[in-house]
Design a protein around this ligand. Structure first.
Ligand SMILES: [Zn+2]
Length: 489
């Protein structure tokens, strides 16, 4: 019996020993794996991993030496990290968290003054937080020894990579903007691949801040899943774009717009176009003068800014689902999408108060309807002429359910340029934007819109865009405003 107990005890303690040693081994391996992922942005290769693990376990190297090996490796050097990215990686790798703005600013300030990256790394390594991290992974911490040449002398510093090229210098504001998108829109830290990619896209001006914010972040499933309400949505915009909390008046103003039916993207555009945001983002010399383009909304048939022109075709099967007949003076049936129809009623009523009688002439036209309309004009006028005022099927804005041809009560000037000189034509030109409509085909913009002057054709784009476009000048076109292609087929 005694012997059996003894054997049992030995077996149990052997098991325990085995478990603890396996656990310890895993921890060291995990410590090294983190370095690959956080510093180099990749999974470890088997050989590299086993070498570093071995060096740690045999006490050949301490954690500080290993970290130093990663941070000043050729591979990391090849990433050409900006100071901001470097500091962010120090936080992520050594403190296991993202930067706090005050702390980060402090480190960036030091780097800007010529403190070497090695010294900065040492600062992180000597911190209590990194001490705790080393305890957690069961590795010996150690420290970085600074040689006399590597301290505080940027020009002679051996540890400051010579590769800090002009491309990445001073773009912390872009980098920080992307980080804020992750933090506030997705409610998480950035991953380094994503952070790098979006920053690069912005720096190379392949996309504007609005595009990155909308298509990249706000339209993502990850954000949609958060199902934030309007109040939080606006607060997120303040934090992301302006790097501050909302002020009461400003926030109320944005909420009012949302409650009146403005789409969220138009609020994002508002922030992206604000002087305050541009001041922040231009701080490091990066300039993005015009920022208006929302790619996906322009091709999304359900949006109010869907583009239908000779370069952007609608599907032959597209028919808006929310068409209704506006309750206005009209010739025959003139359906429009619900929101546009309501706006049209408001506009016609307002005109009436000014003593102007408007008549709706043509609203939504189906694809097949456009086939006969177009063919009719071709038979009368020849194709070359017809193409200047009648759209080929699939290219007509009338298929969106957001356009209306309007005339005066007499109808004498319907679909003629002379309508622009009538009281009705003038009233529309000066007031339509107040109801969310724009004069879609201005004078002398045929090469841009693809259509000659049509003082009768008004397009609903919603209040925000209509007033924004109108404020750019009376000849402003959708194509120019959003920077998209137009003109001929
Ligand atoms: Zn029309």
């Amino acid at each position: 019996m005694k012997r059996l107990r003894k054997i049992l005890l030995i077996v149990i303690s052997l098991c325990l020993l085995n478990i603890t040693s396996v656990k310890a081994a895993d921890n060291v391996e995990e410590f090294v794996k983190r370095l690959y992922v956080n510093c180099l942005n990749r999974q470890p290769d088997a050989k590299g991993l086993s070498n570093w693990v071995k060096a740690l376990k045999t006490n050949e190297k301490d954690a500080a030496k290993v970290v130093e090996g990663f941070f000043f490796s050729q591979e990391m050097n090849n990433l050409h990290l900006s100071d901001s990215e470097f500091v962010e990686r120090c936080y992520r790798t050594l403190l296991d968290r993202r930067s706090d703005s005050k702390g980060k600013a402090n480190w960036l300030n030091k780097l800007a003054k010529g403190v070497s990256k090695k010294e900065v790394l040492k600062g992180f390594i000597d911190s209590q937080e990194f001490t705790n991290l080393c305890k957690k992974y069961g590795v010996r911490k150690g420290t970085i020894i600074l040689s006399s040449t590597s301290s505080s002398k940027p020009t002679t510093s051996v540890s400051k990579p010579a590769s800090t090229s002009s491309v990445v210098i001073g773009n912390d504001s872009i980098n920080d903007f992307v980080e804020r998108l992750y933090n506030n829109v997705l409610n998480r830290k950035s991953d380094s691949v994503g952070l790098n990619n979006w920053t690069k896209i912005l720096l190379e001006k392949r996309q504007t801040p609005t595009q990155v914010a909308t298509d990249g972040f706000f339209h993502s499933k990850e954000f949609k899943n958060r199902a934030v309400n309007n109040n939080d949505f606006v607060e997120i915009l303040y934090k992301t774009f302006l790097n501050r909390s909302s002020d009461k008046v400003g926030k109320e103003n944005w909420l009012k717009k949302l409650n009146q039916g403005s789409i969220r993207d138009s609020i994002i555009v508002g922030f992206a176009k604000s002087q305050e945001f541009n001041n922040i983002i231009n701080k490091s010399g990066w300039k993005e003068a015009s920022d208006k383009y929302i790619s996906k909304e322009l091709t999304n048939v359900n949006s109010l800014i869907i583009i239908a022109n000779k370069k952007h075709r609608l599907s032959s099967s597209y028919e808006p689902k929310d068409l209704r007949e506006p309750n206005v003076k009209k010739r025959g049936s003139v359906p429009m999408r619900k929101e546009a129809a309501t706006a049209l009623e408001k506009m016609f009523n307002a005109a009436k108060k000014d003593g102007i009688t408007l008549v709706a002439g043509s609203g939504y036209r189906s694809y097949s309807n456009q086939v006969s309309t177009y063919n009719y004009w071709v038979s009368i006028d020849g194709q070359a002429n017809a193409d200047r005022y009648s759209a080929r099927p699939g290219y007509s804005e009338h298929q969106t359910g957001l356009a209306m041809d309007i005339s005066d009560a007499s109808g004498n000037y319907y679909l003629t340029e002379a309508f622009g000189n009538t009281r009705e034509g003038k009233w529309l030109k000066n007031n339509a934007h107040k109801y969310g409509f724009i004069l879609r085909y201005p004078k002398s913009k045929e090469s841009i819109t693809g259509y000659k002057y049509e003082p009768w054709h008004f397009r609903y784009v919603g209040l925000d865009y209509a007033s924004a476009i109108y404020s750019e000048g009376e000849e402003m076109t959708l194509e120019e405003y959003f920077g998209i292609s137009g003109g001929g087929y």
